[in-house]
Design a protein around this ligand. Structure first.
Ligand code: TXA
Ligand code: MG
Length: 330
């Protein structure tokens, strides 16, 4: 599957007219709007159901556009962009005067990234300017990894959906705030921390990515409707699954191995072979759980190495949302 040149042209027209275009990136599908149009951004926030103080990432066609959006770019940040753009890493930098408050959430920083996805890059090149795009889900729901997910979340609220098949990475970009003297990891994601450390020579401190400075770091994010129970040990699943089944609850399993002794009534959602595959299938599995009316997903995270850290992070957030039952559909 690929997106035809004619569709890219159409998408550019929609963006120029202030409309919303959902497009694939290597991580998840984004909901795009012209980052220089207050009217388009207002519509984006309305459709997303997102508070106006939450910043959005501006997507660019290549790293040379960085200076059109940011000032005082630290050498390490530039090195990271040069080595890993296009790629699944977002840099939070000091914004250039003129970058709209609607993009930055009123902060003096702006999030920038160049996605490594052919249709996204074709769209960005044809459009020329920056495309502001949060993940194309309603606020608080898991991100979409297929065009069908976007349509089921946003329906007629999106003017055009570019369909280029399932996304390759499956979890959102890593967000690095390099607006100060040293970088801070705000959100683990598609580009592993280890690779950022290698590219920049900087070592992140333990505890980075834990302060809720960015909306993607709120515990109530990335939640399916089902309750997610995160277990450290695969061996605990059969007994817990049996307990829940006996209570009449529908149980889903998400782990890198199927443990022996699961009750027949439990649904195995996915058995990813490694962390990369886990990232790729994570959100689809949580969506499948909702479609199958599963009450409780019993999950075991992959080791927190490489992209496994992002998978474990999203599972923890999904598991932490029990307390915010009433708001997670917002
Ligand atoms: O992979 C991704 O990053 C996807 C695709 C579509 O690019 N986008 C995405 O966008 O996940 P969103 O809006 O769902 O999450 C963006 C994250 C949020 O945690 C946001 O707070 C952070 O990036 N962010 C963006 N600009 C920021 C800024 N100026 N300061 C602090 N955090 C920022
Ligand atoms: Mg999001």
């Amino acid at each position: 599957m690929s997106v035809a040149a004619r569709e890219i042209e159409q998408a550019v027209e929609v963006l120029r007219a202030g409309g919303l275009v959902a497009f694939p990136t290597e991580t998840v599908y984004g909901l795009g709007a012209d980052a220089s149009s207050p009217r388009a951004l207002a519509r984006l926030y309305e459709v997303k159901g997102r508070p106006a103080t939450h910043p959005v990432i501006v997507h660019l066609a290549d790293a040379t556009q960085l200076d059109e959006w940011a000032v005082d770019v630290a050498p390490g940040a530039r090195a990271l962009a040069e080595q890993h753009w296009p790629g699944p890493v977002t840099l939070v930098l000091r914004r250039r005067p003129g970058v709209l408050d609607a993009v930055t959430g009123g902060q003096d920083t702006v999030g920038l990234r160049v996605p490594a996805q052919r249709s996204a890059l074709a769209l960005l090149r044809a459009f020329g300017g920056g495309i502001a795009a949060p993940s194309a889900n309603r606020f608080g729901r898991v991100s979409p990894t297929t065009a069908a997910d976007v349509r089921s979340d946003l329906g007629a609220d999106v003017d055009l959906v570019l369909d280029d098949g399932p996304t390759r990475v499956g979890v959102e970009s890593t967000v690095v705030d390099w607006s100060g003297t040293r970088p801070v990891l705000l959100r683990p994601g598609g580009l592993p921390r280890e690779q950022i450390e290698e590219a920049t020579g900087h070592r992140f401190e333990a505890g980075d990515a834990s302060s809720p400075r960015a909306p993607g770091t709120l515990a109530s994010h990335y939640a399916p409707m089902a309750t997610v129970e995160l277990h450290a040990d695969l061996a605990a699943l059969p007994r817990r699954a049996r307990e829940l089944v006996d209570e009449g609850r529908r149980v889903g399993i998400l782990a890198t191995k199927v443990p022996d002794g699961l009750p027949g009534a439990a649904t195995v959602l996915a058995v990813p072979a490694d962390a990369d595959e886990y990232a790729r299938v994570l959100y689809a599995s949580l969506r499948d759980a909702d479609h199958a009316a599963i009450d409780v997903v019993l999950a075991v995270a992959p080791p927190e190495i490489g992209i496994g850290a992002a998978v474990a992070d999203r599972l923890r957030r999904a598991a932490a949302t029990g307390e915010s039952e009433g708001t997670r559909r917002a």
